[in-house]
Write a protein that binds this ligand. Sequence first.
Ligand SMILES: Cc1cc2nc3c(=O)[nH]c(=O)nc-3n(C[C@H](O)[C@H](O)[C@H](O)COP(=O)(O)O)c2cc1C
Length: 352
Amino acid sequence: MIPYERLKPLLFKLQPETAHHVVETLLRTANVCPSAFNHWTSKHFVTHELLAQELFGRSFLNPVGLAAGFDKNATMIRGMQALGFGFTEIGTVTPKPQAGNPKPRMFRHIEEETIQNAMGFNNDGMLKVQKRLKERYPFTTPIGVNIGKNKLTSDADAINDYTTLIKALHHLGDYIVINISSPNTPGLRDLQNETFITNLFEASKALTEKPILLKIAPDMEAQQAVDLTSLAVEKGADGIIATNTTIDYSLVKHPKDIGGLSGAVLKDKSFELFDAVAAELYGKTVLISAGGIDSAEEAYRRIKAGASLVQIFTALIFKGPELIRDINTGLIKLLQDDGYSNITEAIGSDRS
Ligand SMILES: Cc1cc2nc3c(=O)[nH]c(=O)nc-3n(C[C@H](O)[C@H](O)[C@H](O)COP(=O)(O)O)c2cc1C
């Protein structure tokens, strides 16, 4: 077993997307040879009565999940459990397969522990993903299914893409996420408006009993985010994920002129928007925080601000799967130090 600190310099010699494919190939072997990953699971996957909670009708053994975009095609669900994640959000999946934006479209800002990506929903499409989920679902760790519209679908037809995806995939995941917050599909973020949200949730909720969450961008005024997410909840949204990547390029020294930034530079921006939304919606819906989370302390800050769950993408690339274990063991310690007997008591404790 190679520790990540030895693997990382090799991966970082490769183009980011090539490195991602190498990791995917490695993790996919967990599908054909799960027992080979038992050692990894025992090394990384933390379970403890303090961390376990019931949400969306499922047991979440720990609150640290994989954010969308890493396992776009549902090929690594077993592998993610072996890396220690308590749940995995696959996608973004679109109805038809699509190639995404031209390469290169993923960049590292190494000193800033930040990734800039302009992938553009490259994915195998709903039918292939459906086939893979049929082989895996239900799984020991909950699965979220993140859905988005195809690039060539006009905004006027966008609802149709989302309802098509829900019909095809809702029975194959524990929750669904409506993604209208990626900066890499032209016009997508414009769908973060009242009319679309109203029509979308009215149409979607009629199709499934499964929880449907909305994922929002960090590049909104706090009040706009509060208004939009409150409306979504009023129209039936079962949760909010804040946030996706940012297009505030002033956060890095040498930005590319495409895509969104994730990782360390997103941390405070993402927290601030999450906090504003939580101030209104904590206790009324399930809140999930993503964006720059890279330590137990940061995860705990989000939990105390109202997050039932947290998600990680970029810090996994910079720090490796040991981080997921360390966040979970760190959370146990923080919860114990504060005298809690379960994570649910800490969720939102900074709000009162
Ligand atoms: C390369 C890359 C691809 C991503 N693709 C998606 C995606 O397909 N759908 C989505 O909702 N979010 C996507 N995201 C955003 C992440 O899910 C997450 O919201 C964001 O990166 C902030 O978390 P982080 O700072 O831990 O990376 C992507 C992020 C990265 C870095």
